[in-house]
Design a binder for this molecule. Sequence first.
Ligand SMILES: [Mg+2]
Length: 354
Amino acid sequence: MIAHFDIDAFYASVAQRDDPNLRGKPLAVAGASRRAVVLTASYEARRYGVRSAMPLSQAKELCSTLLVSPPNFTRYRELSAAVFEIFARGGDAVEGLSLDEAFVALGSRDLPQAVAYAQGVRAAVQAEIGLTISAGVASGKMPAKIASDDAKPDGLIAIEPGREAAYLAPLPAGRLWGIGPKTQNRLAARGITTIGALAELSDLLAYELFGRGGKAVRELARGYDNRKVEVDRPTRSVSSEETFEYDIRDGAELHSALRSLSADVARRLVDHRLRGSTIGVKIKLSSFTIIARQTQLAVATDDAAIIERAALRCLLRAGLDGAAVRLLGVRVASITDDPLRELSLFSSDAIRRV
Ligand SMILES: [Mg+2]
């Protein structure tokens, strides 16, 4: 069995947890710029139709009493680490999908045991962290995730093994992994609107609609998903970016933005005891053209000044020449969390050179 957990309205719930004045009120977590979008809406705000990714201006039109709170990623990481520590109690393997969402492998446990584990996690997250978290329990990743979505907020749904297809059948086809809005429209034009209809596709129609992937889609629609829970992949990069209030053309202003982005990335590397040796910048022009440049350091670093110098070299290499910049980002990749491994790489380098 597999459990999928997802904290309810994470950013908004954290804000409400930390500030009693925000509790029970329509709240959007969003940045302060003119172009800000809603990152997360509290359930109170969702009743007015406020949704994630909606421009803040539109959200305020829908809900005139909407409160707005800035995101606080340091806080999210702290609480996320505490929640993941709870997942690990009694689970066989934890695969994080984001700060507030994870799959947990439950080995050979039967349904009642898996449900007992998941209820235990939900109770502990509520009691120890003060957040509500929803859970889905099923035989595979996809049905477990769909179940936890259905369980929101603050609920648990368990799908009995053998009942996956029956559970999924009435749901809209678009809820199946891999079926985006475009495919959904294409399917609807053929009268296929539910997961159940996908589960019953003939070989021929499955091939016609999805090519060689057709049988896999049909298997998924029938609730078969034997992908394993993978223990956390290591962090591959740490980045920070900023969309400017107004497009920037001035080199000195860009350099100053680059300095604060580099400092932010360095702070997060230090917090997580990570270092990286690939430094890159991302530049989005007002024309929405994206330019990326990167450079390789000899030694992995978490030092803000070194990151800034390397990022500045990348920025200069981009040859902006006064072009209007809408967004700037700094990224550190080729991450290592093991200083010894770094040393051993160097010594083998040295040996090869000899
Ligand atoms: Mg969530």
